[in-house]
Design a protein around this ligand. Structure first.
Ligand code: TSJ
Length: 643
């Protein structure tokens, strides 16, 4: 090593190049997509290797830096990728890692490799999809280096300098290939969220995340949790009141499955259980989450009976009753995870169910004996949930029977459209009666329906089901949409192709929109997933000059208009504080006219487990040229649903 050699391409090398060529031809097969999500997977792919090193007990610090040009450096203080020759391939092990498909971690043996499933396709994939990638290894006082371009080795591994003999670790820098990715701009919040999650899931591991791009200097976040998922639960419960001070924690290994579970109830009504397999979130749950739920239901019922908190004549608490207000993390590490389900994000290994079930059953039973306050307050809350559930069922049966009887009577406040083909129709959910009035005047009667809602709608995260079902605004939305909710939901009954939330362009309006999205997300998530939910975008400003009118939808756009028409005393700028300030014509022209308006379509970002992310894609009538740049600058923003 250390001498420059000319690359000779033998049969082995040709096979290697073919492997990486396949990745470049069909990148989606390896990283899911070449959108922003795929781009971010590149970083996780590299970081997963350092996390494995931490799980092997050989590394406790990972640094990730996004440079100004969107190249990314990942550094760890592990043992360093082995530099010795891999005898099977005849090249250094590190080169195998980067140039042979699916070779990640398999060499050397002995390493505890758990990352896998969807993300663990290896460093060679990242290499293949990078314009260039450089690796440096610090070991035994030497610095080794190798560079690749679009997966091709540029020179043999060489020693480029010396380092402190105590220093050891791996440093990888890559620059995503602009031929592959639509856009190579990394999102600070997306990466930050993921590193925080990884730090929670790997107790003791410190992440330093630096973004060098901001003009006003680098932004840095450090994530380091000695308490691991215990601190994760505390973090998730940070804005709720806990029912008891402790976080219950269970840990163990059974049948080759490493199990960790942490939980705490809050005084709310929603369940927040997140499953992870090898640090990858499983949005559809699976065997590990099933095992956890089985254990919880059994242990709390046994506890309630044994301590006479539930009378012999009363029925058992259901799992749902017990999980009301529960925040929990179940994290398993397993050698060969089998992912199932529609999105391949549901754990199929049944040994995970029995492992979690038996570890949680045993340790939770013991914990409750030691902490009677926890058992008592949880069972009391569950009994209240049981009663509310019964009341809600009655209320729901009543609404079901009613709608069956009087042929789905539509809410009185709804101004429905006349066209009966849902494909052509849209409904505007409008904040306030006065804006509702303007919207009714402005609308195109044939295809646009208006449903005005009064004031702030109920926050469904903070109310029990019986109260939710009896809320007038919520009942009006449910009947207007026609689909039913939860297990009754049927998208084929949807009465409108677009559900458009129209609120004031201010803080209150944003809050109301969030409450509505929360309701839709919790009660009819399919509506969002299938792209039927939109946010209207009323303008922020009206500019008048010489009887000509312009509307601006952002401060940047106002600035642009002002530059175009020139600043002088003849200009009149009006800042719209609410929809109510516009007359019907203006409302139509700026916000409702399908030819001219801007709409944002709401999506759910499934990658992010613990903070549900809604992403908004901007859509607009295609006849208005000058707004193109607005689409680009607003293409994405993220909102936390936890209100
Ligand atoms: F995969 C990779 F190249 F992308 C990458 C690997 C990137 C980064 C930033 C770090 C790593 C990495 C690999 N960090 N630490 C390791 N460790 C090993 O490869 C290693 C070292 C020693 C032994 C051993 O058995 O002695 C085993 C392994 C897996």
């Amino acid at each position: 090593m250390g001498t420059e050699e000319l690359q000779e391409y033998g049969a082995d090398q040709i096979q290697i190049l073919k492997g990486l060529e396949a990745v470049r031809k069909r990148p989606g097969m390896y990283i899911g997509s070449t959108s922003s999500r795929g781009l971010h997977h590149l970083v996780y792919e590299i970081v997963d290797n350092s996390v494995d090193e931490a799980l092997a007990g050989s590394c406790d610090h990972i640094e990730v830096t996004v440079h100004k040009d969107n190249s990314v450096t990942v550094t760890d203080n592990g043992r360093g990728i082995p530099v010795g020759i891999n005898h099977q391939a005849g090249i250094p092990a590190v080169e195998v890692v980067f140039t042979i498909l699916h070779a990640g971690g398999k060499f050397g043996g002995g390493g505890y490799k758990v990352s896998g499933g969807l993300h663990g396709v290896g460093a060679s994939v990242v290499n293949a999809l990078s314009e260039w990638l450089e690796v440096r290894i610090f070991n035994e006082g030497k610095i080794y280096q190798q560079r690749y371009e679009r997966g091709k080795t540029m020179y043999s591994l060489k020693v480029v300098g010396e380092c402190d003999p105590d220093r050891h670790g791996t440093e990888v820098t890559f620059f995503p290939d602009r031929e592959i990715f639509d856009d190579i701009e990394f999102d600070f919040d997306v990466l930050k969220q993921r590193f925080r999650e990884m730090a929670f899931l790997t107790k003791g591991l410190r992440f330093t995340f630096t973004d060098e791009r901001p003009e006003d200097g680098p932004k840095q976040r450090v994530f380091h949790y000695e308490g691991g998922i215990i601190e994760f639960v505390q973090y998730l419960n940070r804005s709720s009141s806990a029912l008891y001070p402790q976080v219950i924690y269970c840990e163990g290994t059974k049948n080759g499955v490493l199990v960790e579970a942490a939980m705490q109830h809050n005084d709310g009504y929603k369940e927040n259980t997140y499953g992870f397999v090898n640090n990858i979130v499983t949005p559809e749950g699976g065997m590990h989450v099933e095992g956890f739920r089985m254990a919880l239901t059994k242990v709390f019922n046994d506890y309630a009976r044994k301590n006479k908190l539930l009378k012999d004549s009363e029925p058992n608490l259901t799992g749902e009753d017990i999980r009301e207000g529960l925040t929990a993390i179940i994290s398993v590490k397993i050698e060969n995870p089998q992912f199932e389900g529609q999105t391949k994000m549901k754990l199929g290994n049944s040994e995970a169910r029995s492992a979690v079930n038996s570890i949680v059953t045993e340790q939770l039973t013991y914990f409750l004996e030691q902490h009677p306050n926890v058992g008592k307050s949880t069972v009391e809350k569950s009994v209240l949930a049981q009663r509310a559930r019964e009341a809600a069922r009655k209320a729901r049966d009543l609404t079901r029977r009613k709608s069956a009887l009087d042929g789905m009577s539509l809410p009185g406040k709804l101004a429905d459209c006349t066209d009966k083909n849902p494909k052509n129709c849209e409904i505007f959910i409008v904040e306030g009666d006065s804006a509702g009035g303007s919207a009714k005047t402005a609308r195109s009667r044939a295809t646009q329906a208006i449903l005005p809602l009064r004031g702030k709608i109920l926050n469904v995260e903070k109310a029990r089901l019986d109260r939710i079902y009896s809320n007038a605004e919520i009942k009006a939305m449910i009947t207007a949409f026609g689909t039913g909710i939860h297990e009754d939901f049927d998208i084929s009954k949807l009465r409108y192709d677009k559900i458009i939330i129209m609120t004031d362009a201010d803080v209150d309006g944003a809050h109301i929109a969030t409450l509505m999205l929360t309701f839709l997300y919790r009660f009819m998530p399919e509506l969002i997933k299938t792209g039927h939910v939109y946010l209207a975008q009323p303008p922020l400003y009206k500019v008048e000059k010489n009887r000509k009118v312009w509307y601006a939808y952002s401060d940047a756009e106002l600035e642009k208009i002002m530059q175009e028409i020139g600043r002088d005393s003849g200009n009149k700028i009006q800042r719209y504080k609410g929809l109510g300030e516009m007359d019907a014509d203006q409302l139509w022209e700026t916000t409702m006219d399908p030819e001219k308006r801007i709409l944002k379509r709401v999506n759910i970002d499934e990658d992010s487990a613990s903070e549900v992310d809604l992403t908004f894609t901007t859509l607009m009538g295609d006849k208005v040229e000058p707004r193109r740049e607005f689409i680009e600058e607003n293409a994405k923003y993220v909102t936390n649903l936890d209100v």
